[in-house]
Design a protein around this ligand. Structure first.
Ligand SMILES: Cc1cc2nc3c(=O)[nH]c(=O)nc-3n(C[C@H](O)[C@H](O)[C@H](O)COP(=O)(O)OP(=O)(O)OC[C@H]3O[C@@H](n4cnc5c(N)ncnc54)[C@H](O)[C@@H]3O)c2cc1C
Length: 462
């Protein structure tokens, strides 16, 4: 059920004791949160010539992990789009990912379990390049970390296991633009620009006291690593919209795919408890089972299909058959709650938000972290321009441009994903008809389909 939750404004602005505490370090920029977005931002700040004189501190709460590329894939993967690939290439991160492992998506099929409607994307039809890339989160993080630690990056210090106790942010209209970051071990840092990359429960956002619009989806995402029944090239991403939510298989290699199955909380809990063989049966059912159909919807889509065929346009009748699952990787099942989140402000004096700290989406369109990488690209470009023209690092004008630029991109994307979720979460005939015709027509008209790619973002999970 849709529940709008405007989070209470938690002000951690006043940590009066910090005024007198001794400052352990003074930085131009402090990035709170070293997830995929925070680490990429730190790397970009080290590599961009105009930013490489800035003294940057990256604070990450978890301990530094020793990375080892295991034979079995991690169950946490992301679908990265072409814009993200370009950013990662510009930071020399992509070559590390390629050396470890990634799987290109060259074809994507999205279809409705309640009708014959289907949309497909293929790299040869639409793009001159791959549709997307499936990369394990820890492979990407390790690749970024490798680049962060090269001699090219001289201006970034990293503290792992950093427990941040609170922030003292500059007051509005105050001359002072410094933020104070207070650690639970008593250390205190100060900076001219504080960047919140600390994820969906961002403490930086809470300290800013901005409004955060959020609601939980009545869904959880069950993830697992799947072993497929047959070995193939496996460069197709499959997503089927079931009445309970979308189920997606994302290719990993010739015989393995990664599962993201969005379903009700109760069903997700059941799925987690099933013995492996029964879970595999449930998965094969999810991809293959025939759901009850509505005669009127089928008649309409057949009629429109006929019209499209006569006009020489794709009618969506040609479809590929999804793979069957043979087994799942041991202990690879897990579930995550899904929610929508939008921070009405991405900026405050001397403070800026990036990634999930600013925006959170349902992963049905595989966009969450891609939006965050877009923030990184625009933030570093705008900051470099601002410094080049002699503006101060925390000058309001470039921060304002960042907020406008990113909200103009992120908010419509978030709303479109939310609308898609709602359109597919009900199984009533008029809605099934509307979405089926929408999918059929989008699939038939090349310019509309290509339009879905205009910003490098694929339409669905992959
Ligand atoms: C099942 C699932 C599938 C997904 N699939 C896709 C996909 O295909 N494509 C896609 O683009 N996105 C996908 N996403 C979304 C994607 O995972 C997120 O958008 C992404 O992880 C956000 O990255 P982030 O760095 O902004 O935040 P996070 O990953 O949340 O990182 C925040 C970091 O900040 C640190 N931190 C937090 N608080 C503190 C503190 N007080 N002090 C110090 N450190 C702190 C945390 O330790 C963490 O490392 C998916 C999400 C889920 C759940």
């Amino acid at each position: 059920m849709l529940k709008t939750n405007i989070q209470s404004i938690i002000s951690l602005r006043k940590l009066s004791s910090s005024q007198n505490a001794s400052i352990k370090g003074s930085y131009d920029v402090i990035i709170a949160g070293g997830g995929m977005v925070g680490c990429t931002l730190a790397c970009a700040m080290g590599k961009k010539a105009l930013l490489s004189n800035l003294k940057v501190l990256l604070l990450e709460g978890s301990l530094s992990q020793r990375f080892e590329l295991k034979q079995e894939y991690s169950n946490r993967v992301v679908a990265l789009n072409q814009n993200t690939k370009s950013l990662m290439k510009s930071l020399q991160v992509w070559e590390h990912v390629e050396k470890m492992r990634l799987q290109p998506v060259r074809y994507m099929q999205v279809w409705d379990a309640c009708s014959d409607a289907l949309i497909s994307f293929s790299s040869s039809d639409i793009l001159d390049d791959d549709v997307a890339y499936i990369v394990e989160n820890d492979v990407l993080l390790h690749a970024i970390d490798k680049e962060l630690k090269t001699s090219d990056v001289k201006n970034v210090e990293i503290v792992y296991g950093a427990k941040i106790a609170g922030y003292e942010l500059p007051q509005i209209n105050s001359q002072n633009s410094e933020s104070i970051v207070k650690m639970s071990n008593g250390d205190t840092y100060k900076c001219q620009l504080l960047i919140g990359a600390d994820g969906a429960n961002s403490a930086v956002r809470k300290a800013m006291g901005v409004q955060y619009l959020s609601w939980n989806y009545d869904q959880m995402g069950v993830v697992a690593t799947l072993h497929l029944a047959e070995e193939t090239e496996n460069t197709t991403a499959w997503q089927r919209f079931l009445p309970t939510g979308p189920v997606a298989f994302l290719p990993l290699d010739s015989k393995r795919s990664s599962l993201v199955w969005s379903t009700t909380h109760a069903h997700a809990k059941e799925l987690l408890k099933l013995p492996d063989e029964q879970f595999v049966d449930a998965l094969n059912d999810a991809m293959w089972k025939q759901y009850p159909r509505r005669g009127a919807v089928d008649a309409c889509t057949m009629w429109v299909g006929g019209l499209l065929r006569r006009a020489g346009l794709p009618d969506g009748a040609e479809r590929q058959l999804p793979p069957s699952v043979r087994a799942i990787a041991p202990a690879s099942r897990a579930a995550f709650p899904f929610a929508f989140g939008h921070s009405t402000k991405y900026i405050a004096p001397g403070v800026v938000l990036v990634g999930d700290a600013a925006h959170r989406v349902h992963p049905l369109a595989g966009q969450g972290v891609n939006l965050g990488f877009g923030d990184v690209k625009d933030l570093t470009d705008l900051l470099a321009d601002a410094l080049y023209t002699g503006l101060d690092i925390s000058h309001h004008s470039w921060l304002q441009s960042y907020e406008s630029l990113r909200q103009r991109h992120n908010v419509p994307t978030q709303l479109a994903i939310d609308a898609l979720y709602r359109l597919y979460s009900l199984d009533i005939a008029p809605l099934v008809l509307v979405r089926s015709l929408g999918l059929q027509l989008t699939n038939a008209f090349h310019p509309i389909k290509i339009g879905l790619y205009d910003d490098g973002t694929p339409a669905a999970q992959a």
